[in-house]
Design a protein around this ligand. Sequence first.
Ligand code: THU
Length: 163
Amino acid sequence: MAHTLEIKISINVFSSATELPADEQNLLQQAQAATRKAYAPYSNFLVGAALLLEDGSIHLGNNQENAAFPSGLCAERTALFGMRANIPDKKISKIAVTAQRANQEAFVLALPCGACRQVMSEYENQQEAPITVLMQADNGQVYRCESVSALLPLQFTRHNLGL
Ligand code: THU
């Protein structure tokens, strides 16, 4: 007899970044600064990502586009791969993602794409500690999720490879 598997996720919605603790406000500001430096001449959609590591250091990334479209990379993976290439042993505590349209000051909804969620989940699983995800939303709102696993239910992991 078939049954339904219901998966529930919880996201905290803040009406303003000022409601967040200082480290998270700072992380969002750093992500916004990275957003302004994005290279997105094709989509005109600029994205920035800021990682807070367990040692308090912050590592930035932004989307890097290419005339050969698939050669570009999202902000989150630019930040994550760059950080991991240099500092493979430190745990990631939090990631903030922000976005804006070219030539506009306002920040808009920034949701990590599926591929970026998958990459975040790889590191979250490996470090055996949750990564808090902060997402810029419209009108100054911020979405906060306690872990990547909540953003990516039924995820494919090393266990699916029999490892
Ligand atoms: N983008 C990101 O940087 N992160 C995401 O999670 C979603 C999409 C970028 C990729 C591309 O440069 C632009 O946004 C439009 O899709």
